[in-house]
Design a protein around this ligand. Sequence first.
Ligand code: PRP
Ligand code: URA
Length: 205
Amino acid sequence: MLTVFNHPLITHKLALMRDKNTSTKDFAQQLDEIAGLMAFEVSRDLPTKPKFVETPMGPCNTMELAQDVVLVPILRAGLGMVDGIRDLIPTAKVGFIGMFRHEDTLEPEEYFAKFPNMSEATVMVLDPMLATGGSASAAITKIKERGAKNIKLVCLVGVPEGVKKIEEDHPDVDIYLAALDEKLNEIGYIVPGLGDAGDRIFGTK
Ligand code: PRP
Ligand code: URA
């Protein structure tokens, strides 16, 4: 399932991120805020279980989250989405996977992985950019090998090529995008996109 948000607040903040004149600080802040807004919707179908509490007025049968939420940012750029989602889901645990996309081949290479137990959790894989889909697909494969069964891919900007790759490799994974852009250029960058997300978040280059 693909969900593209097209929400005025998200589009407004994303427009600031797309602007090449936006500073590193403002870019990172908008990413954080968009991630939080997206998480609200991504978490809509989280499983709940009954909970009993006493309110000041008396007994109340209500609900609480039934399972762990695990966030897995794809390093580096996915790191920029963690705090915004943790503001909303403070109990979320965090795993990490490092993926480097080779400039020439565009093939992903894993350089780091560390995960909490994911077997009973809803796992949100985070990366601002879904370009060829190679990095996200490889990350999801690894996360499945480590026991995750319920996985959602949360990206900011994607293109049809990347969506197709995930749908083919991982048809069980729901994909969430703030925007679906037109295409990849000849060097594998999203057009119009927002440039190199990792460099813009961390001020490299
Ligand atoms: C970027 C981005 C994704 C990947 C997307 O990371 O954050 O992880 O490229 O491209 P793909 O869909 O074609 O695989 P990059 O490899 O530049 O690393 P960085 O986050 O450290 O900058
Ligand atoms: N990675 C990025 O950071 N930006 C793109 O447009 C494509 C891959």
